[in-house]
Design a protein around this ligand. Sequence first.
Ligand code: SAM
Length: 284
Amino acid sequence: MNLASPRTVRELLARHGLETKKSLGQNFLVDGNTLRRIVEAAEISPEDSVLEIGTGLGILTRELARRAGRVVTVEIDRSLAPVLEETLRDLVNIQQVFGDFLKQPLAELLPAGDNWKVVANLPYYITTPILFRLLEGPVPLRRLVFLVQKEVAQRAAALPGGKTYGALSVTLQHRCQVQVAGLVPPTVFIPPPKVDSAILVLTPLARTFPEEAEGVFRKLVETAFRYRRKTLANAWSKLNLDWVGPAELNSVWSTLKIDPGIRGECLSVAEFEAVAEHLLAQRR
Ligand code: SAM
């Protein structure tokens, strides 16, 4: 069954008496070329298990199931069940879960021991919570490939010094190698969204950063970008960590050779990490 066709998708929706739901971010992919680009970026082999978020009509699910050992796919909209029975019935390595992905217990959804990858044409209204849930979750992931709004991909991959560099850039690059694998126009979806899209590829890094410094790191990033117009000295004076006062911050500036007069948007990910570790060491 070739779902990568506007005609087939319109016919399926009409025959099942369905309309796309804007409130659930339903923009269905109808283009074979985009489909191939997403799946190729994920480099899936039969040894991989894949999680998909947002099954939709099953276009991406089918392509994933053809290449992976197995696919677990989560869809919130139960009214799509009759369509999926039709579009996925010939594939045996798909486990369909109906429910809100943000409420699924991840350890149950992604049993340990498999090589997990995540591939999804994301519902754009919950992109950030989905990303953080996966990256901070209990299961190690090999690679994550997402179709996201272009601006989100640009922020994810931004380097220090520009307007797009912010909390999302630092938090993702702290954990992953971040790459934008190409832009995608609105015309490849039904209905076309109002924004351009991009393929975002996240490859988790081997963890060397101490787990106990994560909380401090998060606070430093949040505070630096909540007050992004202020200098680091001013922003971090509002850090609200009970053992960090002017003396500890002075030690950051002098030991790590960071200029207290710069803004957070000029600080590299490695520098944020170094500050977190330095402050944590002073608590002990
Ligand atoms: N994968 C399909 C495709 O490429 O055509 C559908 C992509 S569409 C952009 C996003 C899908 O996510 C929709 O089918 C929508 O119903 C589903 N969705 C929205 N919120 C969700 C949630 N919280 N949990 C699981 N699925 C969700």
